[in-house]
Design a protein around this ligand. Structure first.
Ligand code: PHE
Length: 379
């Protein structure tokens, strides 16, 4: 190595070898980075799977028709395994490592509540497709949702119950979830308004398996209907145990029942029960039928409400980027804020000053193992 100093030798190595190494290990990423976080595995896996399916369908359609602002959307999806604490980790990674310009997630209110302060502090807009707890968007002006909120959903359930001609209801709440607590609060108030009586209130914690003590107490009050703002992970177990105890009255739930597992686990015991939801795949609205057709073609099954909300979420984000004319998070945030009359498959979406839309709900009934459309209840 005569004639070349060791210093310049290292410089030479650095200039020739290092770029080669970095270009091998780090593929150049193109496209607009958008982050999605959800429960793709774990206790509430059907929530994450359904939401992702809707988002992926929208992604395919948007990118297939030229993308946004001349670029493709590059969706980066991270799984929080339905575990508390994991959402913060995945959201931080999406923001700091993947440099996403916007976030889509979560389905469960508890996990959206975990993510929201991080997105807010980082100045990254976050749109929750399906979290209905009122608190979610209260985290700040960067947090949006495309679904209705629980004060409305609880009211819808109470109104529907009264419409069945009943005056006595019992309530069984999952005290480990803001979602369940919020629904109980609005159901209780609204049911009483119409002269209804709450014959008893009982509670449990997500993950519990034995509900016999609570159900025995509820039975003693002789309710004509039982309000059960549970997730699908507990609802069918609870209803099964209720039938074994001789409770024959219908249960009414919220959107948290929306999963194929409700019927798979609940079987005959859930027949005839009702729940409120965001969407019915039996709608004859041409926007919905065309979405249902594309979804069937891609996945070979019918979309549930969570898929429909996921689909609307990415389309709303893409629309906001187009209107903003840039992917700069602050400008995209401003454009999402003024979303107006967006033609979603889950209804027309206009965000109010609290970044929530005002949309109708549907009541579905379990009939022959399927979710049959009963009626639409307007805000
Ligand atoms: N609304 C529920 C929550 O906020 C999540 C959910 C939405 C479940 C839609 C099913 C269908 O926790």
């Amino acid at each position: 190595m005569k004639g070349i100093s060791s210093q310049s030798f290292f410089l030479l190595v650095a200039l020739t070898v290092l770029p080669a190494i970095t270009s091998c290990s780090k593929k150049v990423q193109t496209g607009i980075p958008v982050g999605q976080f959800g429960s793709l595995t774990g206790a509430q896996a059907t929530f994450g799977e359904s939401s992702d399916k809707g988002v992926q369908l929208a992604l395919e359609e948007i990118n297939g028709s030229g993308g946004v602002l001349g670029q493709q959307i590059r969706l980066i999806t991270r799984d929080n395994q339905s575990k508390p604490g994991e959402t913060s980790t995945t959201v931080r990674e999406l923001i700091t490592r993947d440099k996403v310009v916007a976030l889509i997630g979560e389905v469960a209110s508890g996990r959206s509540l975990e993510a929201a302060p991080i997105a807010q502090r980082s100045g990254i807009p976050m749109i929750s497709p399906s979290s209905t707890s009122e608190k979610v968007t209260e985290a700040g002006d960067h947090i949006f949702r495309v679904c209705f909120i629980d004060p409305f959903q609880g009211k819808v359930c109470a109104k529907f119950a009264r419409g069945l001609g009943v005056t006595k209801a019992a309530i069984l709440t999952d005290v480990s979830k803001d979602y369940s607590l919020g629904l109980t609060k609005s159901f209780r108030t609204e049911f009483a308004k119409g002269g209804g009586v709450i014959t008893g209130e009982q509670s449990y914690s997500g993950g519990d398996k034995d509900f016999s003590a609570q159900l025995t107490a509820i039975k003693a009050g002789n309710p004509q209907v039982i309000f059960l703002p549970a997730y699908y992970t507990e609802a069918p177990l609870i209803i099964r145990q209720a039938r074994q105890l001789g409770i024959t009255v219908p249960f009414i739930g919220g959107d948290g029942w929306d999963s194929p597992e409700l019927v798979a686990v609940g079987g005959d015991s859930v027949e005839g029960c009702y729940f409120s939801n965001h969407f019915s795949n039996q709608s004859t609205d041409p926007k919905v039928t065309s979405f249902v057709t594309s979804y069937r073609k891609k996945y070979g099954s019918d979309p549930d409400a969570i898929s429909a909300l996921g689909y609307d979420t990415l389309r709303i984000l893409a629309d906001a980027m187009k209107r903003a004319g840039t992917t700069d998070p602050a400008k995209v945030n401003a454009a999402i804020t003024i979303t107006k009359d967006f033609p979603g498959v889950t209804g027309k979406i206009t965000l109010d000053e609290h970044r929530n839309p005002n949309k109708p709900a549907v009541i579905l009934q379990v009939k022959n193992g399927k979710f049959a459309y009963v009626e639409t209840i307007a805000p």
